[in-house]
Design a protein around this ligand. Structure first.
Ligand code: SF4
Length: 213
């Protein structure tokens, strides 16, 4: 972690307060109406926009309305449906493996266990954290591209590696903020702290962001 612990915690505190004021309704940007649909959307989200995922997931669930129908589907039919999200072969394998676990070993209940979720091909730490955080409220940080960029720019981390960024965030922010700081980072990254042209003049963190100062 950059700097010493108390300075980083103070920075995290200021960041959290400013972002909570700016984005009072911050929430998960993936739509979902049940846990398994969130997990499937999480799988589809790799290198794809949330907007595209939300549209494609509706097509998928219209065609295959439950986990049984996905698990027993013709892989080519699943692939054809989720193709707009890209990485079609690996996502098809992952979506079907997830549905297979749900209809088999897991008995219809998604485990509140990151390690078990990561047994599904295509579910990495980011998606596993998203699932346990959103569904069970288990404290977990989702380090996506926005979160990584924002946390490095403001000085919470010096790393690019998501596993190291996650550890630095977990040290800087109290546990009860781990889920929401992920959502807030996405909001900031989309509205102000964009990859190419950050709008620092308007950003709520501009008075203390090290990149800005
Ligand atoms: S001040 Fe600029 S670099 Fe810093 S968080 Fe805001 S938009 Fe990003």
């Amino acid at each position: 972690m950059a700097g010493n612990n108390s300075k980083i915690k103070a920075l995290a505190d200021k960041t959290y307060k400013a972002l909570s004021i700016e984005f009072p309704d911050s929430t998960c940007s993936l739509d979902y109406d049940c846990p398994q649909n969130l997990a499937i959307r999480g799988i589809l989200s790799a290198q794809c926009t949330d907007k595209r995922v939300n549209i494609t997931a509706i097509d998928l669930f219209n065609r295959f309305p439950d986990m049984e129908s996905i698990a027993s589907a013709d892989p080519e039919a699943v692939a054809e449906t989720i193709k707009p999200c890209g990485l079609t072969a690996s996502k098809t394998k992952s979506v079907m493996a997830f549905a297979g676990k749900m209809t088999g070993e897991w008995g219809g209940v998604i485990p509140n266990d990151v390690e078990r979720l990561m047994e599904v091909p295509g579910i990495g730490k980011k998606i596993a954290n998203l699932i346990v955080g959103e569904i069970y409220g288990t404290p977990a940080v989702v380090v996506d591209t926005h979160c990584k960029r924002v946390m490095k720019r403001i000085g919470i981390t010096e790393y690019e590696d998501p596993a190291k960024v996650e550890k630095d965030i977990m040290k800087a922010f109290p546990e009860d903020q781990w889920i929401s700081i992920g959502h807030l980072s996405v909001d900031l990254g989309r509205k102000y702290c964009t990859a190419k042209s950050p709008k620092c003049d308007e950003c709520p963190l501009s008075s203390f962001c090290r990149k800005r100062i």
